[in-house]
Structure formats: C-alpha cells, structure tokens
Design a protein around this ligand. Structure first.
Ligand SMILES: Nc1ncnc2c1ncn2[C@@H]1O[C@H](COP(=O)(O)OP(=O)(O)OP(=O)(O)O)[C@@H](O)[C@H]1O
Ligand SMILES: [Mg+2]
Length: 361
C-alpha cells in the first residue's frame, strides 16, 4: 500500500497542508516542536482510526478550531485507488470514509492500510505494564485477522459481565455460562497470540543481530495462564477466589510478553540504545509478518528512530529499510544534513521535506 497524497485541515498544528509523497523514502526534517510527529500521527489515523500517541480526537483539533479533516489518497499493489477520509467535529462522533462511504464499524477498516509505526512512545512497551504489550499484540494481529478482533470484543464483553456478576451473585449455572463464553473466545486469542509470538521470535533476533552488529542476543516469550490448562478448568479452580475478590483472576486478560537481552530482562538491563534497537527489531519483524499474512506491503512510519542510536546502528537501519523488502517509508528527524548524508550514502530513492512550525515547506 502506498500513500500518494495527504491533505490536512486543522489537524493539530497543521491548519492546511497538502503533501505529495514518494513511493520510496519520505523524510520530514525540522526542529523540535515543528510538526513532524503530527504528520506521522495523521497517517496513523488513516490506518488505525486513531492517534498513535493516545490523544483523543478532540485533542487533535487545532486549538481554537471546531473540526479536523485528514484525507489520504492511497494506491494498492494492483494500482487500485483507495481514498480514506477521517473527519471529526467537536461534540460529534468521528467519521471514517472509504471511497466516500462511511464505515458503520471502524473495525471493518482495520487492515485496509497496513501500517507499522516506530515511535518514541514505544518505550512504554518495555517500561510500562503488561497492558501496553497486550494492546500492542492486539493491534498487530487485528491488522490481518478480523476474527481475532471479534474474539477480543467477545472476550472483553464476557469478562465485564462475569466481573459484574461476581459482585452480586454466585449461581453456579450463571458462572458456568460466563466461563464457557470466556473460554471459547480465549481459545482463538491464545492460539493466535502464541502463533504470532513464535513467528516474531526468530525475526526479532535476526533484525536485532543486524542492527547491533551481532553484539547481543535478544529474545521474547509469551506468558499466559493458559499454559497451565484449559481456561474452563482454571476458572473453576479460581472461582472461590474470584467470588471473594469480585473479579476474574485468570485468563488471557493477564497475558504478557517478556523481552530479554542476553537472558536477562530488557527493561532492567538494556541500555537506552539497546532498548530502542529492540523496539525497532520488533517492529521490523512485525512488518515482515504483516506483509506475509496479507500479501500487501505495509507503510513504515519511523518517527524519531535515530535518536539514541550510534552512527553504525543508524547506517544499518537505513540500509535495511532501503532494501527491496520494504515499501513506502516515512522518516522524521531533526537534522536535514544528517539525513541527506545518510540517505545519499544508502543509494535509495528518497525525498526530503523541510518543515517548520505547522507547515511543510
Ligand atoms: N491540537 C493542537 N493544536 C495546536 N497545536 C498542537 C495541537 N496538538 C499538538 N500541537 C503542537 O504541535 C507542535 C508540533 O508537535 P510535533 O509533535 O509534531 O513536533 P515534532 O516536529 O515532532 O517535534 P520533535 O522533534 O520534538 O519530536 C507542538 O508544539 C504541539 O504542542
Ligand atoms: Mg516528534
């Protein structure tokens, strides 16, 4: 998939902007606080229907204005055009349209514009709670598996109901129904998470090896209650405890992914550069899997990735993404000179866009 033209009205600090993008590397360069991340976030909206930074729709409207519009003209691998427009007016629901037709459910849009983003906000994946990692794996799998997203919605619904019921009742039959609903949705989620984490593992290790010049080895492992048995049995075993605590204490809502470097936790022992390299390796592995699963070439968004990386890792990364296996790429960086030098050395096709506050020059 490729974005040919991005048009923005009142999106964050961009009052009005049209950007024609190249099919290869597009690099936005400018000082801190200009609009580089805002441009990346606008593309993220078109792919995932929301901000990559956890900003609400109303926070994304230019201060003092009433609405925003993000309009993307895309072209897929077969040359088919897709227009995606995301618009939001304060006090109203946001609307996402594909070729002039509004979606009833945003989940139907998932996967049309496969995208992988690497951004400074990803450090949360390492430092924050397991919930961040679950959100990550959900967003990842949802891009190519609608049934997974549907199973997540069913699971969360059943979990909320069961938790509510645990506080007011203890009827065995009722609990059994909730347990069966949870278990049937969890099976699909568990299988898919397990499969995808197994696929990620060798690819992350390989990309990390390239980025770090073979200096360290990294790994990741899926942690889930379901390793210990069938969810219906686990729920039955924990029922008494759940009734006392008033919530469900086993299930895939407690899953986690452990990241390690040289067999020790990455969060504790990884340096900032190592953690950043890990995230990049993880995202490139994700890219590879989405491409395999969908047969499409995702758009790769690299926001501020070079910060904290030494020169050799930066050069490896550029060489890697400039290779044929990656399609359209959007990169942001503070230094025009540095990017010009690195990209010219890579031999790849690229376009540099200089930006200032709220404007692409
Ligand atoms: N809704 C909004 N209305 C107006 N301005 C906004 C809005 N949301 C964000 N901004 C502003 O947009 C500016 C640019 O932000 P952005 O994150 O794109 O900068 P950046 O170019 O990525 O900088 P850095 O190099 O520091 O990452 C910031 O000053 C921010 O406060
Ligand atoms: Mg930024």
């Amino acid at each position: 998939m490729r974005l040919k033209k991005l048009s923005l009205i009142n999106f964050k600090n961009l009052a009005q902007q049209d950007i024609e993008l190249e099919p290869s590397i597009n690099c936005f360069v400018g000082d801190n606080g200009t609009c580089k991340t805002n441009i990346v976030d606008a593309i993220h909206y078109l792919a995932m229907c929301k901000s990559a930074l956890g900003m609400s729709d109303s926070q994304c409207v230019l201060h003092g204005e009433e609405f925003f519009v993000v309009d993307g003209a895309f072209e897929n691998e077969e040359g088919r055009k897709e227009q995606v427009i995301c618009s939001y007016k304060r006090g109203n629901q946001k609307v996402i349209k594909r070729n002039d037709k509004a979606y009833e459910r945003f989940s139907d849009h998932m996967g049309l514009i496969p995208t992988v983003i690497v951004s400074p906000a990803d450090s949360m994946l390492i430092s924050d709670s397991a919930e961040e990692r679950r959100k990550y794996i959900n967003a990842f799998i949802s891009q190519f598996d609608r049934d997974y997203l549907a199973a997540m919605i069913r699971y969360n619904g059943a979990l909320a109901e069961r938790n509510k019921y645990l506080k007011i009742g203890s009827d065995e039959q009722m609990l059994l129904i909730y347990d069966m609903q949870l278990a049937s949705a969890a099976e699909k989620i568990y299988e898919r998470r397990k499969e995808m984490i197994e696929k990620l593992l060798p690819a992350v290790a390989e990309y990390y090896k390239i980025l770090s010049d073979d200096r360290e080895t990294v790994s990741l492992a899926y942690r889930t209650d379901l390793e210990e048995g069938e969810l219906t049995e686990l729920l039955l075993k924990s029922r008494e405890k759940d009734l006392i605590l008033g919530h469900t204490t086993v299930g895939i809502h407690r899953d986690d992914i452990h990241f390690t470097i040289g067999d020790v936790p990455l969060r504790k022992y990884g340096s900032q550069g190592q953690q950043k390299s890990f995230i990049i390796a993880l995202k490139l592995a994700q890219y590879q899997i989405i491409a395999e699963q969908t047969g499409k070439t995702p758009i790769l968004l690299l926001d501020d990735v070079f910060d904290k990386l030494d020169e050799s890792r930066v050069a490896e990364l550029i060489a890697l993404v400039a290779s044929d296996s990656f399609g359209q790429i959007v990169i942001t960086d503070c230094s025009h000179e540095r990017m010009e030098r690195l990209l010219a050395n890579s031999g790849a096709d690229y376009k540099l866009f200089d930006v200032t506050y709220g404007k692409v020059l």
